[in-house]
Ligand binder design. Sequence first.
Ligand code: SDX
Length: 440
Amino acid sequence: MSSEHKGVHKATVSFSDGTPAIELPILKGASGPEVIDIRKLYGQTGKFTYDPGFLSTASCNSSITYIDGDKGELLYRGYPIDQLATQCDFLETCYLILYGELPNPAQKSDFVHRVTHHTMVHEQLQFFLRGFRRDAHPMAVMTGLAGALSAFYPDSMNLNDPHQREISAIRLIAKMPTLVAMAYKYSVGEPFVYPQNNLSYTANFMRMMFATPCEEYKVNDVLVRAMDRIFILHADHEQNASTSTVRLCASSGTNPFAAIAAGVACLWGPAHGGANEACLTMLNEIQANGGVAKIGEFIANVKDKNSTVRLMGFGHRVYKNYDPRAKLMRDTCHEVLNELGLQDDPLFKLAMALEKIALEDEYFVSRKLYPNVDFYSGIVQRAIGIPVQLFTAIFALARTVGWIAQLNEMITDPEYKIGRPRQLYQGAIARTVTPIAQRG
Ligand code: SDX
């Protein structure tokens, strides 16, 4: 039993059906809730636990990200998100998430050099794009492209080889911006823009997105900084749906590109990474229906039990306080809108009015529904010029480093096994087939 698994005390489970009581160790981590180690439960009692949605289930050991939902605290490898978002850049944060420590200047320079020199993708990949309709959703394209990378890198497919894990990590972090920019250029009918090695990671992404062959692209440092901060805020988030998908997918021993493609597919959902796109669509609809004056009507609709309307960008499975990323995103909003002379942006004013009303409304207060990372990120990205449908692809770009780090942590965990949950079976019990000729 490894040191962090020392049981501090025990849980005794007794049963009213005559099953003998058992004792289960309670394990304590560095922070956060203790866990009841139920690994021997089925073997000793023939019973499973039942926890759809995993509200009370820790699926793994991890040392990467810590969230305190009640305090609204988020740490990457112990560093508070606000310090990283204001004092570091995204590649520094990638290094921290991947290797566990912030890089010194030499380590950072080497990491930046390695990532920079892997930003190009195989020329054949552009033909994958040409197979899509121009109006394909970028997340459909990204799901395809991420998985397609596994057809191009036979030398970095084996997750059990540390060297292959390392090179596939660098390739994925380096190539996701290129692929996202290609998906965008393809959708607007503009030529693909190749990476430029003399630019920073995020300036290079912005240039691949917005440059055209017709004129020199001018980097706007305020917008680059804002984009870089968006990447940092989305880099990892403990065992969220897409990260858990990547872990479960990789637990079969598949290759890193296929596992990341599974994460991209899961992130697409509007309850998860698709919420920023859904949030901006929601703001646009309220604006079109009368704007601030109509917020009361919209909120009433959200609270109506018969309505399926949700206040997108609000609520979180873990945060029962303000998502610390939302605060930083709101600050970034102000910076970008001021830089672009959009201080009076009606959607930003509408979002702030909506936030104010929701934070005072008993329905949201009683359910501890606060703005999450997606509430302001859409407004910032729209101001930067990112089309709404590309928001979740940007989220996937940023989250790739978290998915990789979590996947690597799982593969190197001595307790790692293929993930295989069980079920509470409610279906038909064994019965005999009636030959079709005799079926009524
Ligand atoms: C992300 O897990 C992560 O860490 C994810 C993420 C990451 O970085 O990976 O943080 C990124 O996905 C952020 C969340 C983005 N999603 C949205 O903004 C979509 C809107 N939010 C909800 O769909 C919802 O809040 C979830 C999915 C985020 C959380 O849902 P839960 O924890 O399963 O909570 P629930 O659906 O059981 O809701 C509890 C109550 C319910 O009311 P009652 O049935 O008890 O009366 O709160 C209500 C819900 O109806 N509720 C909302 C609401 N969210 C929850 N009501 C209105 N608007 C909302 N947004």
